[in-house]
Design a protein around this ligand. Structure first.
Ligand code: PGA
Length: 262
C-alpha cells in the first residue's frame, strides 16, 4: 500500500529566489542532485525504498515570478522535478489583481498548485471557503492540488486538533463530482502543517505527526472509502530538517515532506 503512494519531497520556496537565484539554484542542482538524491540513506529506509523502486517524487514551489524559469530549467535535469505554484485563483481570467490563473500556469507547463498554506490563511485572509473554491476549481481544471491543513498552538493545547483538521478538510475538500474524481485518482495531496511548527524550529514528533496523519487518513476513509484514502499522499510540513526527516518519513502514514525555510 505504501509502495503505491511512494515518497514525495516538496520544497516551498515561499517569497525567496527571484530569477537570478533560481537560475543559480538549478545550475547547482544539475551538477549535484543525482548524487544527492541517490545518497538518501540519511533520509531513512522509506526514502531509500522509494528511490530504488521509482516511487520517489521531488517537487519545488518557487514564487510566481520564477515559475517559468524553474519549469524550463527543471526540464533540463536528468531526473524529474515537478514545479508547483504556491497559489492560484479559482477564476480562469478577469479582474483579480495579484492572482494567477490555472490556464496561465498550464501555459508554462505547470500542473501542481499548493492551496491553503497557513501563511496564506493567517497573513492574507485566506478562509476555508476560498481554499475550497481554489481546490475545487483547480481540481476541475486537472491540477494536482497540495491542500494544507493544520492547527495552531492554542488549538492543540486546548485539545482541538482533530476538530480543526476535520473542519478544514470538510470545508476545503470539494463536493462536486469532477473534483471528487480527481481526488480519487490521487490528484489531491494533503499536507499536515501544524501552524506552531512552521518556521519555528519546533517540529512535531514522529508520534504527533503520525497521530494527525492517521486522523486525516481515517477522515478520508470514512468519507471516500479505503481505496481513495490509501491512494492519497499525506505530507508533513513544519520545521523539517535533515536531522528529523528520516524519523518522520518512517511513520506509516507520512508519505513525504513539505519543507520551507525563511
Ligand atoms: P518550514 O515551513 O519548513 O519553514 O517550517 C514549511 C512550510 O511552510 O511549508
Amino acid at each position: 500500500m505504501r509502495k503505491t503512494r511512494g515518497v514525495l519531497i516538496a520544497g516551498n520556496w515561499k517569497m525567496n529566489h527571484g530569477l537570478k537565484e533560481t537560475e543559480a539554484y538549478f545550475q547547482e542542482l544539475k551538477a549535484k542532485a543525482p548524487a544527492v538524491l541517490g545518497a538518501g540513506h540519511a533520509l531513512g529506509s522509506r526514502y531509500q525504498e522509494a528511490f530504488k523502486n521509482g516511487g520517489l517524487q521531488a517537487c519545488l514551489a518557487p514564487p510566481a515570478l520564477s515559475l517559468a524559469k524553474a519549469t524550463a530549467m527543471a526540464s533540463d535535469l536528468d531526473f524529474p522535478i515537478t514545479i508547483a505554484a504556491q497559489n492560484a485563483s479559482w477564476e480562469k481570467k478577469g479582474a483579480f489583481t495579484g492572482e494567477l490563473s490555472g490556464p496561465m500556469l498550464q501555459e508554462i507547463g505547470i500542473s501542481w498548485v499548493i492551496v491553503g498554506h497557513s501563511e496564506r490563511r493567517q497573513l492574507f485572509g485566506e478562509t476555508d471557503q476560498t481554499v475550497k473554491m481554489r481546490a475545487e476549481s483547480l481540481l476541475q481544471q486537472g491540477f494536482r492540488v497540495i491542500l494544507c491543513v493544520g492547527e495552531t498552538r492554542a488549538e492543540r493545547e486546548s485539545g482541538a486538533t482533530q476538530d480543526v483538521l476535520f473542519r478544514q478538510l470538510n470545508a476545503a475538500i470539494p463536493a462536486v463530482d469532477a473534483a471528487i474524481a480527481g481526488f480519487l485518482d490521487g490528484r489531491l495531496i494533503i499536507a499536515y502543517e501544524p501552524v506552531w511548527a512552521i518556521g519555528t524550529g519546533l517540529t512535531a514528533t514522529p508520534e504527533q505527526a503520525e497521530e494527525a496523519h492517521a486522523l486525516i487518513r481515517g477522515f478520508l476513509r470514512d468519507r471516500f472509502g479505503v481505496g481513495a484514502a490509501d491512494r492519497t499522499s499525506l505530507l508533513y510540513g513544519g520545521s523539517v530538517t535533515p536531522a528529523n526527516i528520516a524519523s518522520l518519513l518512517n511513520c506509516p502514514n507520512v508519505d513525504g515532506a513539505l519543507v520551507g525555510g525563511g
